[in-house]
Write a protein that binds this ligand. Structure first.
Ligand code: NAP
Length: 315
């Protein structure tokens, strides 16, 4: 039997994704970083590429198990689970899957914003329970079109969200580390100032240690009792304790959240709240986009193994 050159790592890979990778190159499979040391030593020596999917930390200790590893191809644009500095120090390239998922993630951010403001969860429950016929109309909700939104992190996804919300006639404000070229959107150097200036605050930052708690208690408090927070970035970018306190005490208006600390085992306090829309980290979760992500991951593996330029390298 040929030794595997590719390690497919991730319990969340779908059957067809795994099969496509394994058809392309001799491969072996593990559930995640914890299981990598269980790959027989002879096979570990042969591994030159890892196709990675998941949010468990992939650090230097795991990389050292594979002395001939040259590339870690991540499935996803966010590669905060991979210690890129450790990879670079070992001469290992890391790749990700940018752009192909931006539309989907932006769509979900807009959907959560609308669902929260227009109380769509309540509306659905009202119809299904029969209360509509018994009790009549719901309390009125809140207009989105023409209101003001602040984007925290005007990167690829942040920009797609802003473009969509501009079509809702919303006034666009944003915070990034530096001012960008925009069609006249308002820049705020300070995220708390941004939060204080808008009705809706949408977080589209990268994850990782550099942005941990970036949306701090100060930023959350600045939103005020009508402020709505939407987070499609990572659970780590928001001070989750401060967010839960503010939601429970009604100090902010509500939230739409696709990402959490410790997901999928999120803080049970979230489940008791009525003023939130909760999603299971499915920003990029359409059939079409996941296929494009899988193909881009494979393209990176292929380029590395065939000595070509990597399509989407991050280091
Ligand atoms: P991107 O184009 O690299 O944009 C990232 C944004 O984060 C930029 O605005 C950037 O700020 C900001 N940023 C980076 N490092 C920072 C730092 N140290 N301090 C402050 N701001 C920093 O990435 P993207 O493609 O838009 O993706 C953004 C993130 O979305 C991903 O990293 C991932 O975590 C998340 N995501 C979530 C889902 C989901 O399913 N919910 C799916 C895909 C991605 P500047 O503008 O100042 O450069």
């Amino acid at each position: 039997m040929t030794d595997p050159v590719l390690l497919i790592s991730g319990a969340s890979f779908k059957e067809d994704e795994r099969a496509r990778l394994a058809e392309a190159y001799p491969a072996t499979f593990v559930d995640g970083p914890d299981a990598m040391s269980g790959v027989p030593e002879g096979q570990r020596r042969a591994i030159r590429a890892v196709a990675y999917k998941g949010h468990k930390p992939f650090g230097g200790a795991e990389m050292d198990l594979f002395p001939n590893l040259g590339v870690i191809a991540n499935y996803g644009v966010g590669y905060d689970a991979i210690d890129v500095a450790a990879a670079s120090a070992r001469g290992i390239k890391v790749t990700n899957t940018p752009d192909v998922l931006s539309d989907d993630v932006a769509d979900l951010a807009v959907a959560m914003l609308l669902a929260q403001a227009r109380t769509m969860r309540l509306g659905e429950a009202h119809v299904r329970s029969g209360d509509w016929a018994k009790k009549g109309e719901l309390p009125l909700n809140r207009k989105v079109s023409g209101s003001t939104v602040g984007i925290v992190g005007l990167g690829r996804i942040g920009r797609e969200i802003a473009d969509r919300l501009a079509a809702f006639k919303m006034e666009i404000h944003y915070h990034s580390r530096s001012e960008k070229e925009t069609p006249g959107w308002t820049y705020h150097a300070d995220p708390a100032r941004l939060a204080g200036a808008v009705d809706f605050l949408v977080v589209a930052l990268v994850g990782g240690s550099a942005t941990e708690g970036y949306v701090s208690k100060e930023v959350i408090d600045a939103m005020g009792p009508r402020g709505v927070l939407v987070n499609i970035s990572r659970g780590t970018t928001v001070d989750e304790g401060a967010l839960l306190d503010a939601l429970e005490e009604g100090r902010i208006g509500g939230a739409g959240l696709d990402v959490f600390l410790n997901e999928p085992n999120l803080d049970p306090r979230f489940l008791k709240l009525e003023n939130v829309v909760l999603q299971p980290h499915q920003g990029s979760g359409s059939v079409e986009t996941r296929r494009d992500m899988a193909l881009l991951q494979l393209a990176n593996v292929r380029a590395f193994l065939e000595g070509a330029a990597l399509p989407t390298a991050v280091n």
